[in-house]
Design a protein around this ligand. Structure first.
Ligand code: SAM
Length: 270
């Protein structure tokens, strides 16, 4: 355990030996892969992967930890430690000349949603094959949620547009030092974006999803009205099969995409 962990950076280090191996193993064979690790910390997962993958790019925001790791892996030509904020890092640039990478990470909890949206965007750009990521159990449940359930929201809908989601396992707080107050779950995401198939442009449709889920208590039509869609346009585009007071979380992603297409007839070429 680090004597100087920084709670603000979401530093709960994995100390369960079986768990760190299970996370590394979940990537499958990576002998010919470039792997990006988000938040390597003290190297619990890094140490295993360094000996397994063709190239490992470990992105750590904490200067002291990044410095320690850089020294530890100085002699390993396949490991690059990047001292940076992952959200400000261009995936394409750090994995070059490789065009696709796998991602692994015990994610810092304070920016988990942002990192997931960042990964979905990289997935849409065809830069990622898979990601094995650990996060607070409740967030993992939201990512994996199906339409019509309480947990379904912006994260689930963007996940559904970007990847398939597999729940691997859940760890108790005592797998970490210091212990977080929450349980953590590991998900595997396999990226296969559906934007083209469903005829929606990624940026426009992501804005539409944000507007649709803006206020959980509001109906979908009220959320869309608040986002500036005129009532007349909504009435004209609304499918007969859809109740007027439906909430965004009830809609399968294909139906949401159909509504978007009806409201944006020139998309995706505009
Ligand atoms: N991988 C290590 C482990 O499993 O023990 C550490 C995981 S800890 C939950 C999260 C790590 O992410 C910390 O090392 C923290 O410093 C780092 N971190 C926090 N914010 C970050 C950011 N914006 N970009 C990259 N790393 C970040």
């Amino acid at each position: 355990m680090s004597a100087h962990h920084k709670p603000k950076l979401g530093q709960n280090f994995l100390v369960d030996d079986r768990a760190r191996h299970a996370i590394a193993d979940a990537l499958g064979s990576v002998v010919d892969r470039t792997v990006v690790e988000i938040g390597p910390g003290e190297g619990a997962i890094t140490d295993i992967l360094a000996g397994r993958c063709r190239r490992l790019v470990a992105v750590e925001f904490d200067a002291a930890l990044a410095g320690d790791l850089a020294r530890r892996y100085e002699m390993r030509v396949n490991v690059d430690v990047v001292h940076a904020d992952i959200l400000a890092t261009d995936v394409a640039a750090i994995i070059a000349p490789e065009r696709t990478a796998d991602v692994v990470g015990n994610l810092p909890y304070y920016i988990t949603s942002d990192i997931l949206l960042y990964l979905f965007t990289a997935g849409q750009r065809g830069l990622l094959r898979q990601a094995v990521v650990m996060m607070q159990r409740e967030v993992a449940d939201r990512v994996a949620a199906n339409p019509g359930t309480r947990d379904y929201g912006m994260l689930s809908a963007t996940a559904a547009m970007s990847c398939s989601v597999e729940h691997l396992f859940t760890l108790p707080p005592d797998a970490f030092r210091p212990q977080p107050r929450v349980f953590s779950s590991v998900l595997r995401l396999w990226f296969h974006p559906r934007y083209e198939e469903l005829g929606v442009d990624p940026a426009g449709f992501t804005r539409f999803l944000r507007a649709s889920f803006a206020q959980k208590r509001k109906t979908l039509s009220n959320n869309l009205r608040s986002a500036g869609y005129p009532t007349q346009a909504l009435v004209a585009a609304w499918p007969n099969t859809l109740a007027l007071d439906v909430r965004a979380e009830a809609l399968p992603i294909e139906t949401t995409a159909a509504l978007f297409r009806a409201l944006h007839p020139t998309s995706p070429s505009d």
